[in-house]
Design a protein around this ligand. Structure first.
Ligand code: BGC
Length: 347
């Protein structure tokens, strides 16, 4: 049987308007012993930066190579050695970050705390991603996706980022007087909504702030049993929050949101693009609050992500995938309107 051409969604690093679908060679054994056929790839803000040539990992110049995008994926194992722990037909997702060979954090398996900066990230930095018909991985960097989760396995990677943030927030909050009970999420994009779902799953009282007045986002939030508002001002009169997750990437929200934190409150910055040179809000000092940046996820966070997704209502999760586009026109996934949540590319 002639194999279907291996088609990829790719860009020329550092060059705008180079997004294309093109044929790529079959992944060689050097890429890993397990061969995976892609089902769905999610598109996120990082991909938008890579396509726009504004990502910090973008290399430019006339010889800049094409980068295969895609770091949120779900696929089916096609080939796996018997010793790999994986079997053909099994659903999997790939771990994004790969350790450097230099630092102690990576040597311990804590690649999300890499200190050398020499890590690679599939589909983002220094390594082709999962946005191809077929790719390979070492078994150590594959995460099994239960059949019950099915194609929603495309949400495991973004949920792993949320699980790491939640774990970190509870860890930092331990220095304070009480166990966190109230979570504010700013931004109702995919990360914000997954954070709201994980927060509810952890028993928190959750409020989500987003600029959308109506539509799918407020509806998804209230269906979770969380509160929704498009007006920050109304929150000032309510009780303080113990945790705030900034998921919009809008630097302007950091100050007003920290002002809503209570004693020993913790704010996590999860979304990129929040590098505003404005001053540190005084509330951070007065309330012993901690502002904690977080990136990527460790292996255990992928396992936590699978477990959390299994506990969240399946039909709610399905509603997060608001649009599907075919691989041949994957670039249309990059034009999103404000009422969309997660756009996925179908392979
Ligand atoms: C990905 C992370 C990655 C980060 C920085 C995010 O979009 O989900 O896995 O570490 O970008 O490149």
């Amino acid at each position: 049987m002639t194999p279907v051409t291996n088609l990829a969604m790719s860009v020329v690093r550092g060059r705008r308007d180079t997004a294309a679908t093109h044929a790529v060679p079959e992944p060689g054994p050097g890429e890993g012993s397990v061969l995976v056929r892609t089902l769905l790839v999610g598109v996120c803000g990082t991909d938008l930066h890579l396509v726009g040539g504004t990502h910090r990992a973008s290399a430019s110049g006339p010889d800049a190579p094409r980068l295969v995008l895609g770091h949120e994926a779900v696929g089916l194992v096609v080939e796996a050695p018997p010793t790999s722990g994986f079997a053909p037909g099994q659903l999997v997702t790939g771990i994004v970050r790969r350790p450097c060979a230099e630092c102690a954090a990576c040597a311990r398996g804590d690649w999300d705390f890499c200190t050398s900066g020499a890590y690679t990230e599939r589909g983002i930095k220094g390594a082709d991603g999962f946005g191809r018909t077929r790719w390979r991985s070492e078994p150590a960097y594959l995460v099994p996706v239960p059949d019950r989760l099915g194609e929603l396995g495309v949400l495991v990677e973004p949920m792993s980022v949320v699980c790491k943030a939640l774990e970190t927030a509870f860890y930092v909050a331990r220095r304070g007087p009480s166990t966190p009970a109230r979570l504010l999420v700013t931004g109702a994009g995919p990360i914000g909504l997954l954070a709201a779902a994980a927060g509810r799953d952890a028993g928190l009282d959750v409020t989500v702030l987003d600029r959308m007045r109506t539509g799918v986002k407020p509806d998804l939030v209230t269906t979770l049993g969380a509160a929704y508002t498009d007006d920050l001002g109304t929150l000032a009169d309510g009780p303080h929050f113990d945790l705030a997750f900034e998921c919009s990437g809008a630097a302007g929200l950091i100050g007003p949101a920290t002002a809503l934190l209570g004693q020993a409150g913790v704010m996590m910055l999860i979304a990129g693009g929040a590098a505003d040179p404005g001053s540190v809000p005084p509330m951070l000092l007065r309330a012993n609050a901690a502002l904690v940046g977080t990136v990527n996820a460790g292996r255990r966070h992928y396992a936590q992500a699978v477990d959390t997704l299994l506990r969240v209502d399946r039909s709610w999760l399905c509603r997060l995938l608001t649009r599907r586009v075919p691989l041949t026109s994957w670039q249309s996934a990059l034009d999103r309107d404000d009422d969309e949540v997660k756009v996925v590319v179908e392979f």
